[in-house]
Design a protein. Sequence first.
Length: 304
Amino acid sequence: MFNWKKKENTAKPKEKKNLGRKLMELFNNHKIDDSLFEDLEDLLIESDLGGTVTMEIVDELRANTKSKKLTENDQLIEELKIILAEQIESVDLTPDMENLNIYLILGVNGVGKTTSIAKMARYYGDKGMTDIVLSAGDTFRAAAIDQLKIHGERTGFRVVHQSHGSDPAAVIFDTITSAKSKGEKLILADTAGRMHNRINLVKELEKIDGVIRKKLDPSDVYKKILVIDATTGQNGLQQAEIFNEAVDLDAIILTKYDSTARGGNIISISRKLGIPFAFIGKGEQLTDLEKFNPGQYLEDLFSN
Ligand SMILES: Nc1nc2c(ncn2[C@@H]2O[C@H](COP(=O)(O)OP(=O)(O)OP(=O)(O)O)[C@@H](O)[C@H]2O)c(=O)[nH]1
Ligand SMILES: [Mg+2]
């Protein structure tokens, strides 16, 4: 049988020291002076917040330290948490069970799209939703259809597919048609993460998006959801920019968060693009998906 687990996984064992511990070390070894803020900038950039966003955050912390007359390191850490919390956007992706919901799952190859579809099917299934259908829109990679079929068997949901190399927009079109006739309520549509080149990928997605839009009834709920691998750092921000330009994203799923102590790119993506985070993937099992919770995320980021 096709073994989808054999697929290469970019996720590596988690680094030991996370941002929280490094911050404690930094703040404990410094007086509150210019060099503290400079070292803080380096630390945030290392944690994938990106240069511009880091500068803005540190400038805000510097200004607040002055205006609020903060004199203790602990106060600065708390102030930093408050500033970071303001940057992070989240969204609740609960399907509207009165209508048809189409969730188009996008992302470059290997980020965890197909696995996230299976996890979402399981997540919604566990909440009692039964009318879910998976759509095998990745017709580019030979094994992709089998991978989704296995997930269909595991989660107990129907999979709509055609053959390898067929038109992905046609597969998704068929899925919508059959879901409407069967009264199914949620379509989780897979897409290819690799094409001959990136321009082809974007064109393909624009075509799929166009076909879905034409097929939508006014009551249908259509969401375009990008999957980003937390271990890819600032690259994730660039991916979000490209996909957002092509199809106007509604939400992001961050995967492989179990494999990195950084994941600060959530902050730069939220701040720069304003796209909210819906879920966070924390492992390879179907149950390793959690609703994104900004407070919890910050606690994780700052925990030792
Ligand atoms: N540790 C960890 N591994 C994950 C997570 N999500 C996905 N993976 C692994 O990442 C690898 C790629 O996952 P896929 O779901 O096949 O990725 P994809 O985006 O569909 O890849 P393509 O179809 O090639 O574009 C697999 O080995 C998954 O088990 C996660 O949250 N944590
Ligand atoms: Mg896939």
